[in-house]
Design a protein around this ligand. Structure first.
Ligand SMILES: Cc1cc2nc3c(=O)[nH]c(=O)nc-3n(C[C@H](O)[C@H](O)[C@H](O)COP(=O)(O)OP(=O)(O)OC[C@H]3O[C@@H](n4cnc5c(N)ncnc54)[C@H](O)[C@@H]3O)c2cc1C
Length: 555
């Protein structure tokens, strides 16, 4: 039986972050994820490495930690972070005629933003500014006219899927055993102590046991279920959050809007699309079975329309949901719950060797992982220092190469080269070198977002991607406007070729991707979106180039 110092359960940002830190400190580490990296909350969030201005009054320590860690994350993954300045417009009940109360509100808001400015240097953010109505409309003409002006706020965004993959890759580079599509089904005990786990390969059904001196439950919304395997109770207050993706970049800035119940909702540019988010509702269901209702979508769209009517010009591409593994409290409204985190050492509950982490933010994942590994290291007598704030993630070691140069040297279109440079940083050359001996990999597979076959092949060969759904997370395959109509077939053929799949297995993989896309479409199907969905169905389920029994030719 294989044996480790630490077994980490869950390949979200917390699990991958813990595995990386532990491996870097020399602990013999294994990371297992039942689906894929960032397939849970870590891939269903707003992708903001933000400072958490909302928590400033009630939980200033949460804001401070997020700002501090945001600064470190910028240092270790400079290629992956992008700046998103936000606008906070103050609307008037009677446009152009501010009441005393409304004027007082703007001054109050400005004081609040001024307090947040004190934390901005930690994350290289600029101090807020106040804009007049005229200045606001010069920046974003689509905002309703006659406002009292706006306050600005400087934040950062990231692709959370890539962040988790890079953590997992880095853990592996430091010697960790890393396995996605591997589920913990049972915990091994020696008396009271947790000493390992039974693992099931979800694709083959094969089971094996591994031993570990410590086991860390980083299961996010699944953490209570995993804790139950050890006979201990972990209580969270799960909160469902829905986002909507629009078919184009509607604004250059993030815009904070007020929903009908006065909650803050935003619209912001992300890659070639815009994201509207988010709801926050208590959730009592199964995190493996999430769906979005039309009401949730309309709530978000109404909120944005109120401030930014131009939003209705866009087509809603899809809606998606995630569950916040928020700390338990009885009483507060969902929005008011603390975003702090907690690390449980279950020795106190009679299960020595077993730990759980819950709560927190994507933006402070690195610091949370450090605290988690400190707890394990104390137990195991490991005194190595944490260096995850100093050592770059893959691609962050040096400046990203210039896109024109990449394009010229490797013969890929400039728009695709620019994208590879941003998403892979210093590794961009390495990604494109996969096409040196196979020039056909230089072709663009997904023309909506400029995803090349080279990127897909790199993720299949170097980034633990096994399926089309994994490639969607690594490379944004099928995330663009056509939602897979053009790219899913050719990409399925590449996966079949790389993994030597039978045509039945390749078809099953393709169907799984389309089914997953369908889940995101079904709450928003109308008009052009409906026509789009019908086109995908027609392409892949009837006439498409899938030859049963004969393989899927792509070259
Ligand atoms: C709607 C929404 C918006 C958010 N926006 C932001 C934001 O903008 N900025 C920010 O900082 N934070 C944000 N957050 C919070 C942030 O996303 C979460 O705090 C964070 O992703 C939690 O990560 P995690 O690793 O604990 O959980 P997860 O990412 O859910 O990871 C847990 C993993 O465990 C795996 N797993 C479960 N059971 C098993 C098992 N038996 N064996 C193996 N693996 C298992 C799951 O498949 C899953 O991948 C948001 C959250 C939501 C839901």
């Amino acid at each position: 039986m294989r044996s480790y110092d630490l077994l980490v359960i869950g390949g979200g940002v917390n699990g991958t972050g813990i595995a990386r830190d532990a491996a870097m400190r020399g602990l013999r580490t294994m990371l297992v994820e039942k689906k894929d990296f960032a397939a849970g909350s870590s891939g269903a969030n707003s992708g903001m490495i933000h400072g958490g201005i909302r928590y400033l009054l009630d939980d200033p320590q949460v804001t401070r930690l997020a700002c501090l860690d945001s600064g470190y994350i910028q240092r270790i993954a400079p290629h992956l972070l992008f700046r998103i300045p936000f606008l906070y417009p103050v609307l008037l009940e009677r446009p152009g005629e501010p009441s005393l109360k409304e004027s007082a509100f703007l001054y109050g808001a400005e004081c609040y933003f001024e307090a947040y400015d004190r934390y901005q240097p930690l994350k290289n953010g600029k101090a807020h500014t106040r804009l007049t109505d005229g200045e606001l409309h010069e920046l974003e003409p689509g905002i309703v006219p006659g406002t009292l002006g706006a306050v600005t706020m400087d934040e950062y965004g990231i692709d959370p899927f890539r962040l988790c993959t890079l953590n997992a890759r880095s853990a592996a580079a430091y010697g960790a055993a890393v396995r996605n599509h591997t589920q913990v089904t049972r915990l091994l005990r020696d008396g009271a102590a947790v000493v390992g786990a039974e693992l099931k390969d979800v694709r083959t059904g094969r089971a094996e046991e591994v031993r570990a001196r410590c086991v860390f439950n980083a299961g996010g919304p699944w953490a209570p279920k995993i804790a139950a395997l050890a006979g201990v109770t972990v209580k969270i207050r799960p909160g469902k959050g829905v986002h909507v993706t629009l078919d184009r970049r509607l604004s250059n800035y993030g815009i904070i809007c007020k929903a009908v119940d006065n909650r803050d909702v935003f619209v912001m540019p992300h890659e070639d699309s815009s994201i509207v988010g988010t709801t926050d509702d208590d959730f009592y269901g199964d995190p493996d079975d999430l769906s979005v209702t039309r009401d949730e979508v309309e709530y978000l769209m109404e909120a944005v329309t109120h401030t930014f009517p131009a939003v209705r010009q866009a087509r809603v591409l899809r809606a998606w949901a995630g569950i916040r593994p928020t700390l338990y409290a009885y009483g507060p409204l969902e929005d008011k719950l603390s975003r702090d985190h907690r690390i449980h050492d279950h020795e106190e509950d009679g299960a020595p060797g077993f730990f759980t982490i819950v709560g927190g933010k994507l933006a402070s994942f690195r610091a949370m992982a450090q605290e988690a590994v400190d707890a394990v290291a104390r137990k195991l007598g490991n005194s190595a220092a944490c260096t995850t704030h100093q050592v770059a993630l893959p691609g962050g070691e040096a400046p990203a190469p210039e896109a024109q140069e990449l394009s010229r040297k490797h013969g890929v279109p400039a728009f695709a080269a620019a994208r590879i440079s941003y998403r892979h940083g210093a590794e961009a050359e390495r990604v494109l070198r996969t096409a040196d001996d196979e020039p056909e990999l230089r072709a663009v597979a997904c023309s909506c977002e400029g995803v090349t076959f080279a990127e897909l092949a790199f993720s299949l060969r170097e980034e633990f991607a096994e399926s089309l759904a994994d490639l969607r997370r690594r490379c944004r395959l099928a995330m663009g406007v056509c939602q897979g109509t053009r790219c899913a077939g050719p990409a399925a053929a590449l996966v079949a070729d790389e993994r030597q799949l039978s045509s039945e297995a390749a078809l099953a993989d393709l169907t799984a991707l389309l089914d997953e896309r369908w889940k995101g479409n079904r709450a928003v199907l109308a008009g052009e979106g409906l026509a789009q969905a019908e086109l995908v169905q027609g392409t892949y389920y009837t006439t498409g180039g899938l030859r049963r029994g004969g393989g899927i030719p792509w070259r």
